[in-house]
Design a protein around this ligand. Structure first.
Ligand SMILES: Cc1ncc(COP(=O)(O)O)c(C=O)c1O
Length: 371
C-alpha cells in the first residue's frame, strides 16, 4: 500500500526551505568553520533569546543535554532523580548514565508527572526532579517548583518535545534550573542529524557546560576539567538557525491541524487530547487514546496512513530497567495509556485533505473493530 498520509513529512519541509538553508550550510563549508564555528554561537544566542533564557549551550543530542545538565548540577552515584513513568527512555537513561537512580512516578490524564505522587517518591537521596513536557504540551510547573523549593531539589526540565510551548506566557524549559531540548530531525525544531541544547539563567552552570562539551578547554590544549567531545556541530546549528525563524508559524500550523482533528474526532465520539490552554500545546505529537489500538493502527496502515505509538512499553517494564524491580501494576495510568495511545500524523505541512483521510479511515476502522 502506498503511503497517503505519512506520520511526518520532512521532505516537503526541506523543499520549502532549500533556498534558505543551502546558502547557510554552504557558507560553513566555504569557511571551514565546522566545529564550534560562528553559527553555533549565533544559534545559541537566538535560541536563548527566543525562549527568554540567558544562556544556551549546544550539544550533540537531547540525551546528552539531559546528562550534562544533571552532571553540571553535581548529580551522580548515590543520588535519586524523580522522573515521570510515561516518557521516552532517554529521560531515564540520562539519569542512569550519570550514575544516579531514576525514581518513577505515575502521570495524570495530561501525561505529566502527577504532583500528588511526589511526596511518596521522595527519599533522603533525592537530589533532582526531571519533569517532561510530553507530546509538546507545557506542563504547569508551579507545583513542581514548589515541591523542589521545599525539598531543595534541582529542577531539570525535559523540553525535548516542546520547543515554543508556553505556560502562562513562559516557554517550557525556562522554569527550572535548566531546560533540555532535542533537535532530532522530526522534532518541532529539528536538525538534519542529531543535536541538542541546554538553556539556563545560571552563568556558572552555562560555563561548566561549555567546558564539559569540549574537553574541558576554554583555550586550546588547556584542560581545566575532564570534559568530553559532545558539541553541537556548525552545519546543524546553521540549519537550526534558519528553522528557528519558522518555528512559531509551524507551531501555529500544528495547532490549526489539532483543532481540525479535534472537531472531526468529536463528531466520531473519540476523546481528543486534553489541552491546558491555547498556547500550552505545540503538538509535537497529536495523541489520542482508543480501544483496540493495535487493530485500529493496522486498519489505518492498510489505508496508507502511518501512525505512531508513544510509547508502547513503559520504562519500568523494559528489560533495560529490570534493575528497578518494578512489575505490572506499579503505575496504572502509565500502563493503561501504553495500551491505548495512538499518535496521528502531525506536521506543519499536513493538509485538510490528509486530515480528512485520517479521520475517515479512523471512522471505518472503528466500525470494523467494533463489528
Ligand atoms: C522526551 C524526550 N527526552 C529526551 C529525548 C532525547 O533526545 P535525542 O533523541 O536528541 O537524544 C527525546 C527524543 O526523542 C524525547 O522525546
Amino acid at each position: 500500500m502506498t503511503t497517503l498520509v505519512p506520520f511526518v513529512d520532512l521532505k516537503t519541509q526541506y523543499r520549502s526551505l532549500r533556498s534558505e538553508i543551502l546558502p547557510r550550510v554552504t557558507q560553513v563549508m566555504e569557511d571551514a568553520t565546522f566545529i564550534l564555528g560562528p553559527d553555533v554561537a549565533r544559534f545559541e544566542e537566538n535560541f536563548a533569546s527566543y525562549l527568554g533564557s540567558r544562556h544556551c549551550v549546544g550539544v550533540e543530542s537531547g540525551t546528552a543535554a539531559l546528562q550534562f545538565a544533571l552532571e553540571a548540577f553535581g548529580i551522580g552515584p548515590g543520588d535519586e532523580v524523580i522522573i515521570p513513568a510515561t516518557t521516552y527512555i532517554a529521560s531515564a537513561v540520562a539519569v542512569s548514565t550519570v550514575g544516579a537512580r531514576p525514581v518513577l512516578v505515575d502521570v495524570d490524564s495530561t501525561y505529566f508527572m502527577d504532583p500528588n505522587l511526589l511526596d511518596a517518591a521522595l527519599t533522603p537521596a533525592t537530589k533532582a526532579i526531571l519533569p517532561v513536557h510530553l507530546y509538546g504540551q507545557a506542563m504547569p510547573m508551579e507545583p513542581i517548583l514548589e515541591f523542589a523549593r521545599r525539598h531543595d531539589l534541582v529542577v531539570i526540565e525535559d523540553a525535548a518535545q516542546a520547543h515554543g510551548a508556553r505556560h502562562n506566557g513562559r516557554c517550557a524549559g525556562t522554569f527550572g534550573h535548566a531546560g533540555c531540548y532535542s533537535f532530532y530531525p522530526a522534532k518541532n525544531l529539528g536538525a538534519y542529524g542529531d543535536g541538542g541544547a541546554i538553556v539556563t539563567d545560571d552563568a556558572a552552570i552555562a560555563d561548566r557546560l561549555r567546558l564539559m562539551r569540549d574537553f574541558g578547554q576554554r583555550k586550546k590544549y588547556e584542560h581545566l576539567v575532564k570534559g568530553t567531545n559532545c558539541r553541537l556541530d556548525s552545519i546543524q546549528a546553521a540549519v537550526l538557525d534558519v528553522k528557528l525563524t519558522h518555528l512559531d508559524d509551524w507551531n501555529a500550523a500544528r495547532r490549526r491541524h489539532a483543532a481540525a482533528y479535534d472537531a472531526r474526532l468529536s463528531d466520531l465520539g473519540i476523546a481528543t487530547p486534553v489541552r491546558r490552554s491555547d498556547e500550552s500545546h505545540v503538538y509535537h505529537l497529536y495523541v489520542i487514546e482508543i480501544e483496540h489500538r493495535d487493530r485500529v493502527a493496522s486498519a489505518l496502515r492498510d489505508r496508507g496512513i502511518q501512525t505512531g505509538i508513544h510509547y508502547p512499553i513503559p520504562i519500568h517494564l523494559q528489560a533495560a530497567y529490570a534493575e528497578l524491580g518494578l512489575t505490572r501494576g506499579a503505575f496504572p495510568q502509565t500502563e493503561r495509556s501504553a495500551e491505548r495511545v495512538l499518535s496521528l500524523p502531525m506536521f506543519p505541512e499536513l493538509t485538510e485533505e490528509q486530515i480528512d483521510l485520517v479521520t475517515g479511515a479512523l471512522a471505518s476502522a472503528q466500525a470494523l473493530v467494533v463489528a
